[in-house]
Design a protein around this ligand. Structure first.
Ligand code: HDD
Length: 713
């Protein structure tokens, strides 16, 4: 065996050709089965972790003794548990999964094996995040969502560090500190947390028109995703692909969710931020643990090198999309997240991504934002995790790796041998020739002289902000207007909100007028800039309805009180579970709730999962109210129960009822303007989110009618 291989073999375990997820289960200690029981970090078994060593006569105690090395270790470790949080994207959650390409169709653009070898299963780790808030902030705030994917490929780790929005606020990375300072809590009072609704953010928007397009996306329903599982992901920046014929292509990466794109109503998101700050985190884990692993299709947008200048925008400008009617998205593979993390800190918190982590066949364009990002990520990881952060299990490649990088704090790896440089007399660890897989940069052309400037086409900032706004449905436009009205209502500096109206008027005069009506400010009488009126596909969320709509993993609340109709509830729970939904029984108390005894005789019962004050309608996708005269009478007398239904109705959720449950909706809740469609036969209709089934009807057919209308939001 050559000295090189022996060197590699000695330091890196052999690697299966088809690395599966389990290969990532590293350094995991299972608390349940640790022998001999509790020890210090240096392995000494501990007999008592409840009492500090003291001087004592057995009755009175004297001082606690500094001698107690066990107590001191425990306190020292506790004092140093916190590491610097991420300077942005501090709040996040992650899961493991796998990526597989469908076929080798991408080989016309790249020789990257992770994108062209369908026999491979590549393990991945994905971390979703918000941007503005600190590590302990809420999930459901209005914000961009990070969508960072680490693919542990056999040629090294490839990180696609993306967001749920395809563009970005700025064009040149040098502006990132300014932008982040503007959106983060203000320097004089550290307000607000997890919000962009403040003077500085909107002042920056007013003064930097390049933010226009991205701000439209963040203020749209995209800013309040229902779930990490129901949002798109984008690499955003323009990368490059090189094929085996050494041809270069520009590429943008897309993650398209199997479940479609769904959002909260803003009122829902606001309430959930307080009622359940971990909603998205729990939603992701609950879906994986209940057999509904989220899936995305990886899509590639491709522009051949020769076509770089064929567009009226610069394809290297990160504030611009490549409209899909001009540059189609080619589906090439599937990502599935099917394993929750074992422990949050060592895995999710210590995970670290770099846009500069690409594998052979994938490279960088001259996108100025990407160029700057490539510098920043490695730098920030050193601050957060130290220079050897890539040795941490979550960040370590699963393929053989070896070089002459040495030492630095927390170095784990032991490298045997007498040389730590190249070239060396033993010729060990030589560079890998490109023909043998060594990374080779494409000989891309560069232009001009050293100067501080941006590309000529970078100076246009409104066409695509208008394109996005024009492409929204009316209901989405309505939500965007109320979102900006909420934001500017939190700006108390008239310069800020009045100037913002003028900026919005550069996008659409109706938008500006309606916001001005809500927040005050100059009422425009004509557009600030003509709106071109164009639209593009795949910008409205309605363009992302799932191919096969499903209620799988959706959370359905069944409201009951004593005297409910047990057969209907049992049938409904069975039908919902069979469809993969998650039914939860909600009652006036958590615990046994007793049915009406006329239909089932004494002894029937059901155990409520939660009580009406403990959980709220915002935590569920749909409600169902069964019959049972006594139950409905109790609910009708319970203000919280009525509020549950009214709130769900206001959030456009599917509300189902049978038997006396229909009377409850009609007579007690008195939902405004709702006509109860008398269902014909077994079919049911969904009207304004209200679903009625035949009295004492067949719940099975009813549950099929339980379609989620949240897409109407
Ligand atoms: Fe960034 C983290 C995504 C622009 C510098 N960024 C970070 C994360 C995501 C993104 C998802 C969290 C990764 C994780 O979960 O650990 N960032 C983006 C996208 C951008 C973007 C899609 C625009 C296309 N970022 C951007 C710029 C810079 C940075 C222009 C600097 C010039 N980003 C960072 C960072 C972070 C980071 C400061 C903070 C924590 C970290 O890197 O690991 O380096």
């Amino acid at each position: 065996m050559s000295s090189i291989t022996s060197t590699l073999k000695s330091v890196v375990p052999g690697m299966a050709t088809n690395t599966k997820l389990d290969d990532l289960k590293r350094d995991t200690v299972d608390v349940q089965h640790h022998e001999p029981g509790m020890t210090t970090d240096h392995g000494v078994p501990i007999s008592d972790t409840d009492n500090w060593l003291k001087a004592s006569d057995g009755v009175k105690t004297g001082p606690s003794l500094l001698e107690d090395q066990i107590a001191r270790e425990k306190i020292h470790r506790f004092d140093h548990e916190r590491i610097p949080e991420r300077v942005v994207h501090a709040r996040g959650t992650g899961a493991f999964g796998e990526f597989k390409v469908f076929d080798d169709s991408a080989s016309k653009w790249t020789h990257a094996k992770v994108l062209t070898d369908p026999s491979r299963t590549t393990p991945v780790f994905v971390r979703f995040s918000t941007v503005q808030g600190p590590r302990g902030s809420a999930d459901t705030v209005r914000d961009v969502r990070g969508f960072a994917v680490k693919l542990y490929t056999q040629e090294g780790n490839w990180d696609i560090v993306g967001n749920d929005i395809p563009v970005f606020f700025i064009q040149d990375a040098i502006k990132f500190p300014d932008f982040v300072h503007a959106v983060k809590p203000e320097p004089h009072n550290e307000v607000p947390t997890g919000q962009s609704a403040h003077n500085n953010f909107w002042d920056y928007f007013n003064l930097q028109p390049e933010t226009s397009h991205m701000v439209m996306w963040v203020m749209s329903d995209r800013g309040v995703p229902r779930s990490y599982r129901m949002m798109q992901g984008f690499g955003v920046n323009t990368y490059t692909l090189t094929n085996a014929q050494k041809e270069l292509f520009f590429v943008k990466f897309h993650w398209i969710p199997e479940l479609g794109v769904h959002s909260f109503m803003w009122d829902e998101a606001l309430k959930l931020a307080g009622q359940d700050p971990d909603f998205h985190r729990k939603d992701l884990n609950e879906a994986i643990e209940n057999g509904a692993p989220p899936k995305w299709t990886l899509g590639l947008q491709i522009i051949p090198e020769a076509d770089e200048d064929k567009f009226d925008f610069d394809i290297l400008d990160a504030t611009k999309i490549w409209p899909e009617d001009l540059v189609p998205v080619h589906p090439v593979g599937e990502l599935v997240l099917n394993r929750t993390v074992d422990e949050f800190f060592p895995q999710t918190e210590q995970s670290a991504f770099c846009t500069s982590h690409v594998v052979p066949g994938i490279g960088f364009s001259n996108d100025p934002l990407l160029q700057g990002r490539n510098f920043s990520y490695f730098d920030t990881q050193i601050t957060r995790l130290g220079p050897n952060w890539e040795e941490l299990p979550i960040n370590r490649p699963i393929c053989p790796y070896m070089n002459f990088n040495r030492d630095g704090a927390m170095r784990h790896r032991i490298t045997k041998g007498t040389v730590n440089y190249w070239p060396n007399r033993f010729e060990v660890v030589p560079p890998v020739q490109p023909d043998n897989g060594g990374y080779k940069e494409h000989p891309q052309k560069v232009h001009g002289i050293k100067q501080r400037m941006r590309g000529a086409k970078f100076s246009e900032h409104w066409n695509q902000a208008q394109l996005f706004y024009n492409s929204l449905s009316d209901v989405e436009k309505m939500h965007l207007i109320s979102a900006i009205s909420f934001e500017l209502d939190h700006c108390d500096d008239p310069t800020v909100y009045k100037t913002a109206i003028l900026r919005l008027n550069d996008i659409h005069v109706d938008l500006a007028k309606q916001v001005a009506t809500n927040v005050g400010g100059p009422m425009p009488d004509k557009p600030g800039r003509p709106n071109h009126g164009h639209k593009a596909p795949r910008l409205s969320q309605f363009d992302f309805m799932p191919k096969s709509p499903t209620i799988k993993s959706r959370r359905i609340a069944i409201l009951v009180a004593d005297g409910f109709d047990l057969p209907v509830v049992e049938a409904m729970k069975t039908a919902l579970s069979a469809a993969g939904a998650l039914p939860f029984v909600i009652g006036p108390r958590r615990g046994e709730i007793y049915p009406e005894d006329t239909t089932f005789g004494k002894g029937g019962r059901i155990v409520a999962d939660h009580h009406l004050e403990g959980q709220r309608s915002t935590m569920f996708d749909a409600l169902f109210i069964p019959g049972g005269a006594e139950s409905v009478k109790t609910l009708a007398g319970n203000g919280r129960a009525i509020h549950w239904v009214l709130e769900a109705f206001g959030h456009l959720k599917a509300i189902g009822a049978v038997g006396e449950g229909v009377d409850f909706l009609r007579d007690a809740v008195r939902l405004p303007g709702v006509q109860f469609a008398e269902p014909s036969g077994d079919s049911v209709t969904v009207d304004f989110g209200i679903v009625t089934a035949p009295k004492m009807g067949s719940p099975a057919s009813f549950s099929e009618g339980l379609k989620i209308v949240k897409n109407a939001t």
